[in-house]
Every structure is written in structure tokens, then in C-alpha cells.
Write a protein that binds this ligand. Structure first.
Ligand SMILES: O=C(O)CCC(=O)C(=O)O
Ligand SMILES: [Fe+2]
Length: 286
């Protein structure tokens, strides 16, 4: 029998989430009252996604037909082993659906990595994170790396990488933030976090005026740390090894933990780590 998701059930799901119950607990409660697990999970996902979309657009909450909003993505129809981006052939090493995540081989040439580091080096300072409480910037004890931002297209190499990324994920370069370069010394790390801006924080509406939400992240590895420094995804027990020239891409169609995009930079145990991060926004970012 097909179980139908009534408005009352949707309301109940939203109330459970607002009361702080974990998704697993809500699914267990639904199963206990006779719901099929698959149907329960789907009801939970669609209800919360529609609810959050309604909040972020300031509209009353209406379930949207056809599912989530479009986000950047690597085209993997036909399970290609590699994708030809015109100026470079990139390997598809691993892909996941939930979260949407793709590990890419050889996105950057070795000398592109070296050159990006040298361009960034004179401009490195203690990393700031966007402060969603006020919309400003602050240093963050969870993030002990040093960093800098390039302006979009500020150097021919930066521009070439940005248009390569645009072709890779089918998203205009104009919707990207400037590339960020981070340097972690031995012992430095970036504790697990989400890259989207928390809709519950008071500074978020100000941040969203410029380009909307972040919807995807690409972390590109610029060197080979001697030990440690992987990118971890605690919700799925995944660790991506930092390998020079490789990258990990992941997207999130809603600013919600159900995207399972919690991630961090594991402590560097020996040597140092350099990465370049590209964040993609919903709209043009100027
Ligand atoms: O250093 C890493 O592996 C992750 C970096 C990251 O999460 C970020 O820049 O937002
Ligand atoms: Fe991140």
C-alpha cells in the first residue's frame, strides 16, 4: 500500500526537527507507527528540504514538484573513467550520491599547483571564516591554517583554473567565489564544518544578498603532505587523501545537515599541506 504524506505529517516532521530530534530518531518514530523505512526517509528529506527552501526564499512553505534545486555537478552519465575538459583530461576516481561527492584525479598539473602556491605565498595570513552571527569575518580557533583569496580572474592561471572548473561542474565562473588558498603547518587542522551559511544565524541574510547560498565546494590539493591532512567526511566515514593535483568536489542542494556534507581538514601529522578551495554560489557573485 502506498503511504501518503499528509500536510499533518509534514507539520509533525518539521516540529520534530525544530525540537532538535535527529533525523534517525524521527525515522525510528515513524517506523514504530507503521511507516516503511524508505518512505519515511524520503518524506523526511523532501519535507525538510521544502521547508528550508521556503525559509530561505522568504515564501510560505510549499512543497516543490520535481525535487531539489539545481546545483553544480560533474556529468557522470555512462560512468566515464575520465572527462575531457578541453585543456585537460581529468580522472573520475570515486563518486557518491549521498552526499553528492566526486574525487577527481589530475585536475591541476603539478606545475599549476606549484605556481598557485608561489602566487599565494606572499599574501598568506591567519585564516578568517565568514562570521554568520554578524556577516563579518573573524579568526576561528577551529581553523588553524593560514589563507588568502585570489580575486576571480586576477591572474591568467587563476582564470584558466576557474574556467576549467566551470566546465567540470557545469556552473558559470561568475557564480564562484575567488579561489582560496590555505596552508596548514604540522599540527594544523580545520575541524568538521559545513560550508553553507547557517540559515539560523542572524548574519546570514546579509551574506546571502551577494550571490545567494553556497551550493558546492571543490577542494584542490596543491602538494603532498608527508603525513595526515586528509579531507574527512564524518557522516559517511570517508577520508580523501590529499594528493597533489587531485581534488574533491561535493554539492549541497539545501543548507541542511541532511546533505551529509559535514567535512574537515584532518590534522597534518608531518610536513605541511596546501589546498585551494573554490566555493560555488546559487547566483552571480560580484
Ligand atoms: O583542507 C581541507 O581538506 C578542507 C578545506 C575546507 O573544508 C574548506 O576550505 O572549507
Ligand atoms: Fe569546508
Amino acid at each position: 500500500m502506498r503511504q501518503s504524506v499528509t500536510p499533518e505529517l509534514r507539520q509533525w516532521i518539521i516540529e520534530q526537527a525544530q525540537a532538535g530530534f535527529a533525523p534517525e530518531a524521527v525515522v525510528e518514530a515513524m517506523k514504530a507507527s507503521g511507516w516503511d523505512e524508505t518512505v519515511a526517509i524520503e518524506a523526511l528529506e523532501t519535507t525538510l528540504r521544502d521547508h528550508l527552501q521556503g525559509l530561505s526564499s522568504g515564501q510560505s512553505v510549499q512543497p516543490l514538484p520535481g525535487g531539489g534545486s539545481p546545483v553544480p555537478d560533474v556529468r557522470l552519465e555512462g560512468s566515464p573513467r575520465e572527462v575531457d575538459l578541453g585543456d585537460r583530461v581529468v580522472q573520475i576516481l570515486v563518486s557518491l550520491r549521498q552526499p553528492r561527492l566526486v574525487v577527481l584525479g589530475n585536475l591541476l598539473a603539478q606545475d599549476e599547483c606549484d605556481q598557485l602556491i608561489e602566487l599565494a605565498r606572499p599574501r598568506m595570513a591567519r585564516s578568517m571564516t565568514v562570521q554568520t552571527r554578524t556577516g563579518g569575518q573573524e579568526t576561528n580557533p577551529d581553523r588553524t591554517s593560514n589563507g588568502m583569496f585570489f580575486n576571480r580572474g586576477e591572474h591568467p592561471l587563476v582564470a584558466a583554473i576557474e574556467s576549467r572548473i566551470a566546465r567540470l561542474v557545469g556552473w558559470p565562473a561568475s557564480h564562484g567565489e575567488g579561489i582560496q588558498v590555505l596552508n596548514y603547518r604540522e599540527g594544523a587542522e580545520y575541524k568538521p564544518h559545513y560550508d553553507y551559511f547557517d540559515p539560523a544565524e542572524p548574519g546570514t541574510p546579509t551574506i546571502l544578498k551577494r550571490g545567494g547560498q553556497r551550493v558546492a565546494t571543490l577542494v584542490m590539493y596543491l602538494n603532498d603532505p608527508a603525513q595526515g591532512g586528509g579531507t574527512t567526511f564524518p557522516d559517511i566515514g570517508l577520508e580523501v587523501a590529499p594528493q597533489k593535483g587531485n581534488a574533491v568536489f561535493f554539492s549541497y542542494d539545501r543548507p541542511h545537515p541532511s546533505t551529509r556534507t559535514l567535512h574537515g581538514g584532518a590534522p597534518v601529522l608531518a610536513g605541511e599541506k596546501w589546498v585551494a578551495t573554490k566555493w560555488l554560489r546559487q547566483r552571480e557573485f560580484n
